[in-house]
Design a protein around this ligand. Structure first.
Ligand code: F6P
Length: 365
């Protein structure tokens, strides 16, 4: 059999370990592997390279993806879908291993329904693919984000100011929650729980009133505040219809400073979270996933995705994996909130008796 392998969507650390494991598993079974370059784009343009053990040996420790990636969507039109199916046939693919998040796996499920035999491997730093406990890349991203947030404490404390730090997470707040809890943030904002900028500003005032001199607030880029998500005037969307989100924290920080009068700075971690060396957890998970995906192909379990359940690798129908994202449950978020509201610091309104200098307003403090 000739197996295709591709990586689609945002890159993340651990993809190379998965590609390497697919090649290792395939060569043990006597299968050939063809790397489809730049995600689904490579299938639309027949941009493919043979992959042998020599090509992938030693790449498990390297971030990014050897075969590149893109956000091309083969399901964007009936023509694109037919081109993808025709090219898969011309390339002689017996099956295709698609390594991706909900968009890439959704496209795999779409092509599977139209005759291309697909196996999925879940990856995304957002960790929001349904039907699996873990995606490749999340562990590295949260460790990078946590280490960065750790560093913000000293500078925020020295200047007695609030610092907002934006992490990735379009629909799910897993990165914000894990990195924020790990780094002892004073507040964590996630897309699943809408916030009101004014009560966030009041939170700063209330916190200061209790004698705390600084605050670190972790913001997931997809946070919904005052009824909006993302940058107010940006209508740009990718091929899967997702708006570009990064940067909203500047608006939130400016607004919080204006209302509270407390000096508020922000920093955006952005692509630093997706780059660099994968952690052991991601390398190990990716290696298990890669081998398990080849095993599924050999058993004819097409239309399935490998998944982690507890400590076990299992297989789940692709359709189930993409039917709904894995979001942060409200009970988990609220259950952790004593970590950032230890004294019950209210989010608002400001209690009576607050000294004049702590009252909201554009005065320096
Ligand atoms: O892959 C997921 C993700 O990292 C999201 O958290 C983020 O919104 C998006 O990718 C950014 O994507 P791009 O690389 O297209 O800017």
């Amino acid at each position: 059999m000739r197996l295709g392998v591709l990586t689609g969507g945002g890159d993340c650390p651990g993809l190379n370990a998965a590609i390497r494991a697919v090649v290792a598993g395939a060569s043990q079974k006597g299968y050939e592997v063809l790397g489809i370059r730049k995600g689904w784009e490579g299938l639309l343009t027949r941009d493919a390279v043979p992959l042998t053990w020599e090509d992938v040996e030693g790449i498990a420790s390297i971030g990014g993806t050897l075969i590149s990636t893109s956000r091309t969507n083969p399901a964007r039109s009936p023509e694109a879908t037919s081109t993808a199916l025709e090219n898969a046939e011309r390339l002689g693919l017996g099956a295709l291993v698609a390594i991706g998040g909900d968009d890439t796996l959704g496209a795999a499920s779409h092509l599977q329904d139209r005759g291309l035999r697909c196996i999925g491997i879940p990856k995304t730093i957002d960790n929001d693919v349904g039907a699996t406990d873990a995606t490749i890349g999340f562990d590295t991203a949260v460790n990078v984000a946590m280490a960065a947030i750790d560093r913000l404490h000293t500078t925020a404390r020295s200047h007695e100011r609030a610092v907002l730090v934006e992490v990735m997470g379009r629909d799910a707040g897993w990165v914000a929650l894990h990195a924020g809890v790990g780094a002892g943030a004073h507040m964590i904002l996630i897309p699943e729980v809408e916030v009101n900028t004014e009560s966030m500003a009041h939170y700063l005032v209330n916190r200061k009133r209790q004698g705390y001199t600084y605050a670190i607030i972790v913001v997931a880029e997809g946070v919904k505040r005052d009824g909006h998500q993302g940058l107010p005037d940006d209508k740009t969307v990718d091929e899967f219809g997702h708006p570009l989100l990064g940067g909203v924290t500047r608006i939130i920080a400016d607004e919080m400073e204006r209302i509270s009068g407390i000096q508020t700075r922000y920093t955006i971690l952005g692509y630093i979270q997706r780059g660099g060396t994968p952690t052991l957890f991601d390398r190990f998970l990716a290696s298990r996933y890669g081998l398990a995906a080849v095993e599924l192909a050999s058993q004819g379990m097409f239309g399935h995705m490998v998944a982690l359940r507890g400590r076990d690798i299992v297989s789940v129908p692709l359709a189930d994996a993409v039917s709904k994202p894995r979001l942060v449950p409200r009970e988990l978020y609220e259950g952790l909130s004593p970590l950032w509201l230890p004294d019950g610091t209210p989010l608002g309104p400001i209690p009576p008796g607050t000294p004049r200098e702590w009252l909201p307003g554009p005065h320096p403090i």
